[in-house]
Design a protein around this ligand. Structure first.
Ligand code: 9MR
Length: 449
């Protein structure tokens, strides 16, 4: 499988920075020249605009022409699901998933992984399993697939559609759920251990406004954040009919305020008088929420959609731009807040020292993942360092959202550029993986870079 070589990555990064500089220059000059494609206009505010794509369509020149021109993110519509990647137990097939990945790499696009665990599209062998046998098969699947794609996926839908429809706000019954209520957090921990750099998302539908189902998800995410379960983002599928919930934006914002990114992951809208307006409303809502990092539409042309006959996408069957396309492009070009992490609201009481840190551990025989929460004291901090002592024989093997000096004994972790500045009482998290057993003593925290 071709890898994303360092020189190519560097070249793209330089190009991206140059693009931002040009855009900023235009804005300063007041001429406000609009970008001409979905991806380029989303990129002006640091966002992506993606499409779900199918490996079997990559030979269609019209399809691939639009894909290459318009989008800067891709999601495999089916190719990374459980039935596709592990058709018989322990035998993994990545041919079609890799085709999507390589298409994304060739475009310099982000690749969203979809989906590690979902009660639908389970392979037949898993459908007939239960209990501890199923639980270990689930965790093995997460570990194997996330390891295969390690370092190449922007965000994984670790768990898809685990909540019930209707007014209960409860989990959906499934053989996955019957292995124990902790299956979701176990999956997130396994995914983090396998690919520390991927953002880990929970993804669902009918969660597009404030309702019982979205509140069930919200409560789970709040609980995960408070206990250090590694979750970075929530996906809102947004398979929409003829209306947009009035509280669509405030629903995104309440999740963002928990300290996770939010993403629109499977957008499509029934064709009707309101289609263009609804698309514009979704786009404006994402642009208005600083932690809304991007939008993905669930297909390219109407003829590519799973919603046969509803014509729910941005391009018609011949690949022509629809009115909905123009409304999305205009909403992207109208701008909005750039994406940047906002402080979490689920912070513990403000400590009186400069900062404090707590660790939560997920351990197994021979290894562990530590999630460390750093909370600024009453004066706020500009740069922080956390000291942790590992038992003898243990070692840090990888770190995310911080840099470490040393890997054994007393190890010092420092902020990276985007998480060093914390307002009074604000918190951020970093993590590391190690061999042996994790730290047991309370970490030290000092302010200043
Ligand atoms: O678009 C996908 C379609 O090709 C598959 O047949 C279907 C199988 O259930 O899954 C569709 O994608 C779904 C996505 O993976 C999860 N959210 C709902 C999507 C539409 O059904």
């Amino acid at each position: 499988m071709p890898l994303f070589g360092t020189s190519r990555r560097t070249a793209l990064l330089v190009a991206a920075v140059a693009g931002v500089t040009v855009a900023a220059g235009v804005a300063l000059a007041g001429t406000a020249e609009a970008a001409g494609t979905l991806g380029a206009s989303a990129a002006q505010s640091g966002r992506y605009f993606g499409a779900a794509i199918a490996a079997g369509k990559l030979g269609d020149a019209t399809y691939t022409g639009i894909l290459n021109r318009e989008f800067n993110a891709v999601t495999p519509e089916n190719e990374m699901k459980w039935d596709a990647t592990e058709p018989s137990q322990g035998r993994f097939t990545y041919t079609n998933g890799d085709r999507i990945l390589n298409q994304g790499i060739s475009m310099g696009a982000k690749v969203r992984g979809h989906a590690l665990l979902w009660y639908q599209q389970e392979p037949g062998w898993a459908q007939s399993m239960s209990g501890t046998a199923l639980r270990s098969a689930m965790m093995n699947h997460v570990t194997q697939v996330a390891t295969h794609y390690q370092g190449k996926i922007y965000a994984w839908d670790v768990v898809n559609e685990a909540f019930a429809d209707g007014g209960s706000g409860a989990r959906r019954d499934s053989n996955l759920q019957r292995t124990g209520n902790d299956w979701i957090e176990a999956a997130f921990r396994a995914a983090r251990a396998a690919d520390p750099n991927a953002k880990l998302c929970y993804n669902d539908y009918n969660t597009d406004g404030v309702n019982a189902k979205s509140t069930g998800v919200y409560n789970m995410v709040r609980d995960f954040k408070s206990r250090g379960v590694p979750i970075d983002c929530v996906g809102f599928q947004s398979h929409l009919g003829t209306g947009l919930p009035g509280d669509y934006q405030s629903n995104l914002q309440r999740f963002a305020d928990l300290g996770v990114d939010v993403q629109i992951t499977e957008l499509d809208v029934a064709q009707g008088g309101n289609q263009a307006n609804i698309y514009a409303g979704v786009t404006r809502a994402c642009m208005a929420v600083s932690r809304c990092t991007g939008i993905t539409v669930w297909g390219i042309r109407d003829s590519d959609s799973w919603r046969t006959g509803e014509n729910p996408l941005l391009f018609d069957n011949s690949g022509n731009k629809k009115a909905a396309y123009t409304s999305v492009l205009n909403a992207l070009n109208a701008g909005g807040g750039t994406t940047s992490p906002s402080p979490s609201t689920s912070t513990p009481p403000v400590p009186t020292g400069a900062c404090s840190a707590t660790v939560s551990l997920n351990s197994w025989n021979g290894g562990f993942v530590a999630t460390v929460r750093v909370t600024a004291g009453s004066a706020g901090v500009n740069g922080w360092a956390v000291g942790l002592t590992l038992p003898s024989g243990s070692a840090v093997t990888s770190t995310w959202s911080a840099t470490n000096s040393g890997s054994t004994g007393t190890v010092s972790f420092r902020n990276v550029d985007y998480n060093g500045t914390l307002a009074a009482g604000a918190a951020t998290e970093f993590g590391f993986q190690g061999t042996g057993t994790g730290p047991t003593a309370t970490p030290t925290c000092s302010a200043g870079s």
